[in-house]
Design a protein around this ligand. Structure first.
Ligand SMILES: Nc1ncnc2c1ncn2[C@@H]1O[C@H](COP(=O)(O)OP(=O)(O)OP(=O)(O)O)[C@@H](O)[C@H]1O
Ligand SMILES: [Mg+2]
Length: 328
Protein backbone atom coordinates (compact mmCIF):
# COMPACT_ATOMS: atom_id res chain seq x y z
CA UNK A 1 0.00 0.00 0.00
CA UNK A 2 2.14 2.86 -1.23
CA UNK A 3 -0.24 5.58 -0.05
CA UNK A 4 0.01 4.36 3.50
CA UNK A 5 3.78 3.96 3.51
CA UNK A 6 4.11 7.51 2.19
CA UNK A 7 2.19 8.67 5.21
CA UNK A 8 4.19 6.58 7.68
CA UNK A 9 6.09 8.79 10.14
CA UNK A 10 9.82 9.10 9.53
CA UNK A 11 11.94 6.72 11.61
CA UNK A 12 14.53 9.48 12.09
CA UNK A 13 13.99 13.19 11.62
CA UNK A 14 16.61 15.82 12.46
CA UNK A 15 16.36 19.58 12.02
CA UNK A 16 19.30 21.94 12.39
CA UNK A 17 21.18 19.52 14.59
CA UNK A 18 24.41 21.02 15.92
CA UNK A 19 27.09 20.09 18.38
CA UNK A 20 29.95 22.31 19.44
CA UNK A 21 32.33 20.80 21.97
CA UNK A 22 34.08 22.65 24.77
CA UNK A 23 37.07 24.40 23.29
CA UNK A 24 35.03 25.39 20.26
CA UNK A 25 35.21 22.31 18.01
CA UNK A 26 32.15 22.53 15.76
CA UNK A 27 31.75 18.81 15.17
CA UNK A 28 28.22 18.98 13.70
CA UNK A 29 27.09 22.22 12.06
CA UNK A 30 23.40 22.02 11.30
CA UNK A 31 22.20 18.68 10.01
CA UNK A 32 18.76 18.09 8.50
CA UNK A 33 17.73 14.59 7.63
CA UNK A 34 14.75 12.36 7.29
CA UNK A 35 14.96 8.58 7.24
CA UNK A 36 11.86 6.60 6.26
CA UNK A 37 10.76 3.60 8.31
CA UNK A 38 12.23 0.38 6.91
CA UNK A 39 15.10 1.92 5.02
CA UNK A 40 18.86 1.46 5.33
CA UNK A 41 20.23 4.99 5.46
CA UNK A 42 23.95 5.70 5.21
CA UNK A 43 26.11 8.47 6.56
CA UNK A 44 29.27 8.47 4.45
CA UNK A 45 32.21 10.63 5.43
CA UNK A 46 35.92 10.70 6.25
CA UNK A 47 37.59 10.67 9.69
CA UNK A 48 36.41 13.51 11.87
CA UNK A 49 33.42 14.40 9.64
CA UNK A 50 31.00 14.30 12.57
CA UNK A 51 29.44 10.86 12.06
CA UNK A 52 29.83 9.50 15.60
CA UNK A 53 28.81 12.84 17.12
CA UNK A 54 25.59 12.77 15.07
CA UNK A 55 24.85 9.15 16.02
CA UNK A 56 25.44 9.93 19.70
CA UNK A 57 22.96 12.82 19.54
CA UNK A 58 20.32 10.71 17.78
CA UNK A 59 20.80 7.93 20.36
CA UNK A 60 20.45 10.37 23.30
CA UNK A 61 24.03 9.75 24.41
CA UNK A 62 25.00 13.38 23.83
CA UNK A 63 22.83 16.50 24.01
CA UNK A 64 22.84 18.71 20.89
CA UNK A 65 23.90 22.33 21.32
CA UNK A 66 21.14 23.32 18.88
CA UNK A 67 18.40 21.78 16.78
CA UNK A 68 15.98 18.94 17.34
CA UNK A 69 15.56 15.29 16.48
CA UNK A 70 12.88 12.62 16.62
CA UNK A 71 13.65 8.93 16.52
CA UNK A 72 10.83 6.39 16.10
CA UNK A 73 8.52 9.37 16.42
CA UNK A 74 9.88 10.31 19.87
CA UNK A 75 11.66 13.56 20.73
CA UNK A 76 15.25 12.77 21.76
CA UNK A 77 15.41 15.83 24.02
CA UNK A 78 12.04 15.42 25.75
CA UNK A 79 11.86 11.66 26.16
CA UNK A 80 15.30 10.08 25.95
CA UNK A 81 14.26 7.00 27.95
CA UNK A 82 11.51 6.15 25.45
CA UNK A 83 13.90 6.66 22.53
CA UNK A 84 16.39 4.29 24.19
CA UNK A 85 13.69 1.61 24.54
CA UNK A 86 12.98 1.78 20.81
CA UNK A 87 16.51 1.79 19.43
CA UNK A 88 19.53 -0.48 19.30
CA UNK A 89 23.04 0.89 19.10
CA UNK A 90 26.35 -0.68 18.10
CA UNK A 91 29.02 1.94 18.63
CA UNK A 92 32.36 2.22 16.90
CA UNK A 93 34.29 1.07 19.98
CA UNK A 94 33.19 -2.41 21.00
CA UNK A 95 33.40 -3.19 24.70
CA UNK A 96 33.03 -6.95 25.20
CA UNK A 97 33.91 -8.76 28.40
CA UNK A 98 36.70 -11.11 27.22
CA UNK A 99 35.91 -13.95 29.64
CA UNK A 100 32.18 -14.03 28.89
CA UNK A 101 30.91 -16.33 26.19
CA UNK A 102 28.79 -14.93 23.38
CA UNK A 103 25.73 -16.66 24.77
CA UNK A 104 26.30 -15.31 28.30
CA UNK A 105 26.68 -11.81 26.96
CA UNK A 106 23.42 -11.97 25.04
CA UNK A 107 21.48 -13.48 27.96
CA UNK A 108 22.83 -10.75 30.22
CA UNK A 109 21.82 -8.12 27.67
CA UNK A 110 18.32 -9.64 27.57
CA UNK A 111 18.16 -9.21 31.35
CA UNK A 112 18.81 -5.48 30.96
CA UNK A 113 15.64 -5.27 28.89
CA UNK A 114 13.54 -7.37 31.24
CA UNK A 115 13.71 -10.59 29.22
CA UNK A 116 14.62 -13.51 31.51
CA UNK A 117 14.63 -17.27 31.93
CA UNK A 118 13.54 -19.40 28.98
CA UNK A 119 12.65 -16.29 26.95
CA UNK A 120 16.18 -14.95 27.31
CA UNK A 121 17.70 -18.31 26.36
CA UNK A 122 15.48 -18.55 23.29
CA UNK A 123 16.18 -14.96 22.24
CA UNK A 124 19.94 -15.44 22.65
CA UNK A 125 19.82 -18.59 20.55
CA UNK A 126 17.78 -16.88 17.85
CA UNK A 127 20.20 -13.96 17.63
CA UNK A 128 23.27 -16.20 17.61
CA UNK A 129 21.74 -17.93 14.59
CA UNK A 130 20.76 -14.63 12.96
CA UNK A 131 24.31 -13.27 13.01
CA UNK A 132 25.88 -16.64 12.25
CA UNK A 133 27.96 -17.24 15.38
CA UNK A 134 25.94 -20.08 16.94
CA UNK A 135 28.93 -22.42 16.56
CA UNK A 136 31.01 -20.16 18.77
CA UNK A 137 28.26 -19.36 21.27
CA UNK A 138 29.93 -21.10 24.19
CA UNK A 139 33.44 -19.79 23.62
CA UNK A 140 34.85 -16.80 25.47
CA UNK A 141 34.68 -13.66 23.39
CA UNK A 142 38.44 -13.17 23.66
CA UNK A 143 38.81 -16.10 21.24
CA UNK A 144 36.56 -14.40 18.63
CA UNK A 145 37.92 -12.80 15.48
CA UNK A 146 37.28 -9.11 14.81
CA UNK A 147 34.38 -10.01 12.52
CA UNK A 148 32.80 -12.33 15.09
CA UNK A 149 33.03 -9.62 17.74
CA UNK A 150 31.24 -7.21 15.42
CA UNK A 151 28.51 -9.73 14.78
CA UNK A 152 28.08 -10.42 18.49
CA UNK A 153 27.92 -6.68 19.12
CA UNK A 154 25.25 -6.42 16.41
CA UNK A 155 23.29 -9.24 18.04
CA UNK A 156 23.47 -7.54 21.43
CA UNK A 157 22.00 -4.36 19.94
CA UNK A 158 19.04 -6.43 18.75
CA UNK A 159 17.90 -8.27 21.89
CA UNK A 160 14.88 -6.01 22.49
CA UNK A 161 13.82 -5.99 18.80
CA UNK A 162 14.48 -2.27 18.26
CA UNK A 163 12.55 -0.34 15.63
CA UNK A 164 15.65 1.60 14.66
CA UNK A 165 19.20 0.28 14.72
CA UNK A 166 22.24 2.57 14.73
CA UNK A 167 25.52 1.10 13.50
CA UNK A 168 28.56 3.33 13.78
CA UNK A 169 31.16 2.11 11.27
CA UNK A 170 30.15 -1.54 11.56
CA UNK A 171 32.95 -2.81 9.32
CA UNK A 172 35.89 -0.50 9.99
CA UNK A 173 38.94 -2.62 10.79
CA UNK A 174 37.46 -5.81 9.34
CA UNK A 175 39.02 -7.88 6.58
CA UNK A 176 37.08 -7.97 3.29
CA UNK A 177 35.47 -11.36 3.95
CA UNK A 178 34.18 -10.35 7.39
CA UNK A 179 32.94 -7.12 5.90
CA UNK A 180 30.79 -9.06 3.44
CA UNK A 181 29.39 -11.18 6.26
CA UNK A 182 28.42 -8.10 8.25
CA UNK A 183 26.73 -6.67 5.13
CA UNK A 184 24.66 -9.85 4.89
CA UNK A 185 23.61 -9.51 8.54
CA UNK A 186 22.63 -5.90 7.99
CA UNK A 187 20.49 -6.86 5.00
CA UNK A 188 18.88 -9.70 6.92
CA UNK A 189 18.08 -7.49 9.92
CA UNK A 190 16.61 -4.86 7.61
CA UNK A 191 14.53 -7.49 5.81
CA UNK A 192 12.93 -8.17 9.19
CA UNK A 193 11.61 -4.58 9.19
CA UNK A 194 14.23 -2.77 11.26
CA UNK A 195 15.23 0.70 10.06
CA UNK A 196 18.99 1.01 9.95
CA UNK A 197 21.13 4.12 10.19
CA UNK A 198 24.76 3.30 9.52
CA UNK A 199 27.89 5.36 9.25
CA UNK A 200 30.81 4.42 7.09
CA UNK A 201 34.03 5.69 5.56
CA UNK A 202 33.72 3.17 2.73
CA UNK A 203 31.95 4.31 -0.43
CA UNK A 204 31.53 0.70 -1.48
CA UNK A 205 29.64 -0.05 1.72
CA UNK A 206 27.29 2.91 1.27
CA UNK A 207 26.78 1.93 -2.35
CA UNK A 208 25.99 -1.71 -1.60
CA UNK A 209 23.86 -1.36 1.51
CA UNK A 210 22.07 1.95 1.55
CA UNK A 211 18.86 2.88 -0.19
CA UNK A 212 19.64 6.52 0.49
CA UNK A 213 22.61 8.25 1.98
CA UNK A 214 24.02 11.56 3.04
CA UNK A 215 27.62 12.51 2.45
CA UNK A 216 28.98 14.35 5.47
CA UNK A 217 32.11 16.43 5.61
CA UNK A 218 33.25 18.85 8.25
CA UNK A 219 29.99 18.65 10.19
CA UNK A 220 27.73 19.34 7.21
CA UNK A 221 25.78 17.26 4.71
CA UNK A 222 27.29 18.08 1.33
CA UNK A 223 25.19 15.75 -0.84
CA UNK A 224 22.28 13.37 -0.38
CA UNK A 225 20.08 10.93 -2.28
CA UNK A 226 20.17 7.35 -3.48
CA UNK A 227 23.58 6.12 -4.67
CA UNK A 228 22.30 6.08 -8.26
CA UNK A 229 20.84 9.60 -8.05
CA UNK A 230 24.05 10.95 -6.62
CA UNK A 231 26.13 9.41 -9.40
CA UNK A 232 23.68 10.43 -12.14
CA UNK A 233 23.55 13.97 -10.83
CA UNK A 234 27.28 14.31 -11.43
CA UNK A 235 26.37 14.45 -15.12
CA UNK A 236 29.71 13.24 -16.35
CA UNK A 237 31.91 10.24 -16.97
CA UNK A 238 35.35 9.44 -15.67
CA UNK A 239 37.99 8.42 -18.18
CA UNK A 240 40.88 6.62 -16.57
CA UNK A 241 44.22 6.70 -18.36
CA UNK A 242 46.58 4.06 -16.97
CA UNK A 243 50.07 5.51 -17.28
CA UNK A 244 52.12 2.34 -17.05
CA UNK A 245 55.12 4.45 -16.08
CA UNK A 246 54.46 7.32 -18.53
CA UNK A 247 55.03 10.80 -17.12
CA UNK A 248 51.75 12.25 -15.75
CA UNK A 249 52.55 15.86 -16.69
CA UNK A 250 53.66 14.96 -20.22
CA UNK A 251 50.59 12.80 -20.72
CA UNK A 252 48.31 15.54 -19.44
CA UNK A 253 50.01 18.05 -21.74
CA UNK A 254 49.59 15.71 -24.70
CA UNK A 255 45.88 15.31 -24.00
CA UNK A 256 45.50 19.06 -23.49
CA UNK A 257 42.14 20.85 -23.32
CA UNK A 258 39.45 18.35 -24.22
CA UNK A 259 35.92 19.49 -25.00
CA UNK A 260 33.77 19.02 -21.89
CA UNK A 261 36.75 18.41 -19.60
CA UNK A 262 35.87 19.42 -16.04
CA UNK A 263 38.72 18.16 -13.94
CA UNK A 264 41.89 16.06 -14.07
CA UNK A 265 43.10 14.12 -11.04
CA UNK A 266 46.57 12.61 -10.95
CA UNK A 267 46.30 9.28 -9.17
CA UNK A 268 48.74 6.46 -8.60
CA UNK A 269 50.09 5.70 -12.08
CA UNK A 270 46.86 6.95 -13.67
CA UNK A 271 45.05 10.11 -14.72
CA UNK A 272 41.35 10.45 -14.02
CA UNK A 273 39.66 12.83 -16.45
CA UNK A 274 36.16 14.06 -15.60
CA UNK A 275 34.42 14.67 -18.90
CA UNK A 276 30.87 15.22 -20.15
CA UNK A 277 30.97 12.41 -22.69
CA UNK A 278 33.28 9.50 -21.91
CA UNK A 279 33.14 7.53 -25.18
CA UNK A 280 33.62 10.65 -27.35
CA UNK A 281 36.53 11.75 -25.17
CA UNK A 282 38.27 8.39 -25.41
CA UNK A 283 38.43 8.67 -29.20
CA UNK A 284 39.85 12.19 -28.95
CA UNK A 285 42.40 11.20 -26.26
CA UNK A 286 43.64 8.30 -28.39
CA UNK A 287 44.06 10.62 -31.39
CA UNK A 288 45.98 13.20 -29.39
CA UNK A 289 48.27 10.69 -27.68
CA UNK A 290 48.95 9.09 -31.02
CA UNK A 291 49.80 12.43 -32.59
CA UNK A 292 52.25 13.39 -29.80
CA UNK A 293 53.78 9.92 -29.54
CA UNK A 294 53.02 9.48 -25.82
CA UNK A 295 52.27 5.86 -25.05
CA UNK A 296 50.13 4.86 -22.08
CA UNK A 297 49.06 1.56 -20.53
CA UNK A 298 45.28 1.68 -20.86
CA UNK A 299 42.31 3.96 -21.41
CA UNK A 300 38.87 3.15 -20.07
CA UNK A 301 35.64 4.91 -19.25
CA UNK A 302 33.91 4.29 -15.94
CA UNK A 303 30.71 5.30 -14.23
CA UNK A 304 31.33 7.85 -11.48
CA UNK A 305 31.64 6.36 -7.99
CA UNK A 306 30.48 7.82 -4.69
CA UNK A 307 34.10 8.83 -4.18
CA UNK A 308 33.78 10.97 -7.31
CA UNK A 309 30.59 12.46 -5.86
CA UNK A 310 32.54 13.24 -2.69
CA UNK A 311 35.32 14.78 -4.74
CA UNK A 312 32.90 17.00 -6.63
CA UNK A 313 31.25 18.14 -3.39
CA UNK A 314 34.42 18.77 -1.39
CA UNK A 315 37.36 19.01 -3.80
CA UNK A 316 39.02 16.12 -1.93
CA UNK A 317 39.06 12.34 -2.10
CA UNK A 318 37.42 10.30 0.62
CA UNK A 319 40.22 9.07 2.79
CA UNK A 320 40.56 5.65 4.36
CA UNK A 321 38.91 3.69 1.59
CA UNK A 322 41.81 1.30 1.33
CA UNK A 323 41.44 -2.07 2.96
CA UNK A 324 42.70 -2.09 6.51
CA UNK A 325 45.88 -4.11 6.98
CA UNK A 326 44.74 -6.10 10.00
CA UNK A 327 41.52 -6.84 11.84
CA UNK A 328 41.15 -5.21 15.26
N1 LIG B 1 34.26 14.89 23.17
C1 LIG B 1 34.83 15.66 22.25
N2 LIG B 1 35.45 16.81 22.57
C2 LIG B 1 36.00 17.61 21.64
N3 LIG B 1 36.00 17.36 20.33
C3 LIG B 1 35.40 16.22 19.92
C4 LIG B 1 34.78 15.31 20.86
N4 LIG B 1 34.27 14.27 20.16
C5 LIG B 1 34.54 14.51 18.86
N5 LIG B 1 35.22 15.68 18.71
C6 LIG B 1 35.67 16.27 17.44
O1 LIG B 1 34.54 16.44 16.62
C7 LIG B 1 34.86 16.17 15.26
C8 LIG B 1 33.95 15.09 14.74
O2 LIG B 1 34.24 13.88 15.42
P1 LIG B 1 33.43 12.52 15.18
O3 LIG B 1 33.95 11.53 16.14
O4 LIG B 1 31.97 12.81 15.20
O5 LIG B 1 33.88 12.17 13.70
P2 LIG B 1 33.62 10.82 12.86
O6 LIG B 1 33.02 11.24 11.59
O7 LIG B 1 32.89 9.85 13.69
O8 LIG B 1 35.10 10.32 12.59
P3 LIG B 1 35.69 8.80 12.51
O9 LIG B 1 35.40 8.31 11.13
O10 LIG B 1 37.15 8.98 12.73
O11 LIG B 1 35.03 7.99 13.57
C9 LIG B 1 36.34 15.80 15.24
O12 LIG B 1 37.07 16.96 14.94
C10 LIG B 1 36.61 15.37 16.67
O13 LIG B 1 37.95 15.60 17.01
MG1 LIG C 1 33.32 7.97 14.38
Amino acid sequence: MPAQSEMAPAAIEARGLERTFKGGVEAVRGIDLSVAAGEVFGFLGPNGAGKTTTVRMLCTLLPPTAGSAHVAGVDVLRDGAEVRRRIGVALQEIGLDPIQTGRELLELQCGLYGISGADARARAEELLELVGIADAADRRTKTYSGGMKRRLDLASALVHSPEVLFLDEPTTGLDPASRLTVWDEVRRINAGGTTIFLTTQYMEEADQLCRRLAIIDNGRIVAGGSPEELKDRMGHDVVSVGLNGADPAATQAAIGELPGLERVMVEQDALALYVEDGPASIAEIVRRLDRTGVSVGSISVARPTLDDVFLQATGRRLEGDEEPAAAA
